[in-house]
Write a protein that binds this ligand. Structure first.
Ligand SMILES: NC(=O)c1ccc[n+]([C@@H]2O[C@H](COP(=O)([O-])OP(=O)(O)OC[C@H]3O[C@@H](n4cnc5c(N)ncnc54)[C@H](OP(=O)(O)O)[C@@H]3O)[C@@H](O)[C@H]2O)c1
Length: 328
């Protein structure tokens, strides 16, 4: 295990008049499965956002859940209320969430273990996307290790903890500056050929890194930080839209900017939209993402069932062109 911090990837550390629309918007047709009509997907609360196709045979509701917040302080160790965390995971499924994002680094291991404890045997149609490529020497450290050896061990560990024979979506958590990206992707390709990974995604990448990965394997998703105040991945989002790749915006709620008063112009605009509609700013932030692009699959994270319900309810919201313009 390497003992250095992820300097290159600051994004790694963090870690009223509602407009109700049908489950599938016209612009979303390209992202939906041809089998959409036969599926129950798109019909639940989370399905009010429509569906998005990671692959023709892997379609999920366009409002997922990020399982990084169901842990102890600093995303380390078990949460103070383990039973409550499991209840929250089950509630997410009740609300129609059928895509859960996790990683071996969350806990570490605890998030995956809680998901299996709460939800195994998994209901048909539930897609768990996990990630490998970051290790946690101590609570504040998130250290990239995307060496082939580590990725293989990490994937085997996730399979064991999640009690799966094959992981539906395995994402490279981060590019490791000490390892050629081609080596990391090459190992994921091997694991895919061995039947341990169904589809490959990438996270915290640049457009160039995505292009390199795509020259080697079929990349079905990109998970980068993206929210009303953090727009560094606009170019990548455009690539995803053009190429039919799902874009999973992590840290979608921009809570830190709201709490610290940074990017005040944007957060004030978001607050105005929320107040005019009588919704929360978290819901407005999610509605902004869902309206921004049909490729978007938000994964808000929370430790609170009340917040979970509020976030999933945002699946039914879309902003008007005027509201989008006001946020910019
Ligand atoms: N690939 C990566 O490198 C990476 C990095 C970061 C995150 N992620 C993934 O993305 C997911 C989402 O990111 P995130 O959890 O960092 O950020 P987020 O979803 O933008 O925000 C989560 C924070 O907002 C609070 N919150 C959630 N819903 C709320 C609501 N309705 N009202 C008020 N506060 C609310 C949560 O606290 P409470 O618990 O009190 O609700 C938590 O502190 C993670 O769970 C993880 O799966 C990936």
């Amino acid at each position: 295990m390497k003992n250095r911090t992820c300097t290159r990837r600051e994004m790694l550390r963090q870690g009223g008049a509602a407009l109700f629309l049908p489950a599938l918007l016209p612009g979303e047709a390209a992202m939906a499965s041809p089998q959409e009509g036969k599926s129950t997907k798109g019909k639940s609360l989370a399905g009010a956002a429509g569906t998005v196709a990671l692959a023709p045979d892997l379609v999920v509701n366009r409002m997922g859940f990020g399982a990084m917040r169901i842990l102890g302080v600093q995303e380390w160790g078990p949460p103070p209320d383990v039973a409550g965390a499991k209840k929250l995971l089950r509630r997410a499924l009740d609300l129609g969430v059928d895509f859960i994002d996790t990683a071996d680094a969350y806990g570490p291991n605890v998030s995956e273990e809680l998901i299996a404890d709460a939800l195994y045997p998994y209901p048909a149609g539930l897609v768990i996307g996990t990630k490998g490529g970051i290790v946690r020497p101590s609570p504040p450290e998130w250290v990239a290790d995307s060496s082939p050896k580590h990725l293989r061990e990490a994937c085997h560990g996730s399979l064991r903890r999640l009690r799966l024979d094959r992981i539906d979506l395995y994402q490279l958590h981060a590019v490791d500056d000490d390892v050629p990206l081609a080596d990391s992707i090459g190992e994921l390709a091997k694991l895919q050929r061995e039947g341990k990974i169904r589809y490959i995604g990438v996270s915290n990448v640049t457009a160039g890194e995505l292009a390199l990965a795509r020259s080697m394997v079929n990349v079905v998703s990109v998970q980068n930080r993206y929210n009303v105040v953090t727009r560094g991945s606009e170019e990548l989002l455009g690539v995803c839209e053009r190429e039919g790749i799902v874009f999973i915006p992590h840290t979608p709620l921009a809570r830190r900017a709201q709490a610290t008063g940074t990017h005040k112009e944007k957060t004030d605009a978001l607050l105005r939209v929320a107040q005019q509609r009588g919704i929360s700013t978290a819901q407005a932030a999610l509605a902004w993402l869902l309206t921004k692009s049909p490729a978007m699959l938000p994964i808000p994270g929370t430790s609170s069932i009340g917040h979970l319900e509020e976030n999933v309810a945002a699946a039914a919201l879309r902003l008007t062109p005027q509201e989008m313009a006001s946020i910019g």
